[in-house]
Design a protein around this ligand. Structure first.
Ligand code: PNS
Length: 171
């Protein structure tokens, strides 16, 4: 029997405990999960990590889990899924607001690639309010982000904030 491959796409800037939880739980119904970091050159954003750095964080966080792979992709998710033989897309849905957008993307992706199923996963309640955008903002403002990140990711976030501050201080 062939492996059931799932792709969990996103920005992952940075990978949060919420993402990690969704990916690990995805292994209950997929043999392998590809955590796919999207290149989004059209989106002006206050990012924290480069694509390569984000891939590194994902690899560190899942170092003990050979069934999880980190990859990057440019262009359409359906093209990446087709190329990698993935038939499942995993997305975490935290709220009704998330759901409207996620449902539209799922339907659009399925109309582009008929046998691609999107599985929506409810977050663990402990992570229901966590978003990478808020984590970046809180970390930059000196807030406590340890509960939202695994130790490896936290270390890199604190390092990045310190490096950015020291570069700014030097003008
Ligand atoms: O973490 P995000 O920002 O919510 O992830 C959004 C992402 C990367 C999953 C979505 O923007 C995406 O799939 N981008 C790839 C381009 C694409 O396929 N667009 C059409 C989606 S219907």
């Amino acid at each position: 029997m062939t492996d059931r491959i799932a792709v969990c796409p996103g920005s992952f800037d940075p990978l949060t405990r919420g993402h990690e939880d969704i990916v690990r739980r995805g292994l209950a119904f997929a043999d392998r999960v590809i955590v796919a970091v999207a290149h989004a050159p059209q989106q002006p954003r206050q990012g924290m990590f480069s694509i390569d750095e984000r891939l590194g964080l994902i690899r560190e966080a899942f170092a003990g889990e050979p069934r999880v792979e980190a990859a990057e992709f440019t262009g359409l998710l359906v093209d990446f899924a087709r190329k990698r033989g993935a038939k499942i897309v995993i997305r975490g849905v935290r709220s009704v607001k998330d759901f409207e957008y996620e449902q539209q993307m799922a339907m659009m992706n399925r109309s582009l690639l008929a046998d691609l199923e999107t599985v929506f996963m409810a977050p663990d309640p402990a992570h229901a309010f966590v978003s990478a955008t808020l984590v970046r903002q809180i970390a930059r403002l000196g807030g406590h982000v340890a509960p939202f990140l695994s130790p490896a990711v936290l270390h890199h976030v604190l390092e990045k904030v310190a490096a950015t501050k020291s570069a700014a201080a030097q003008g």
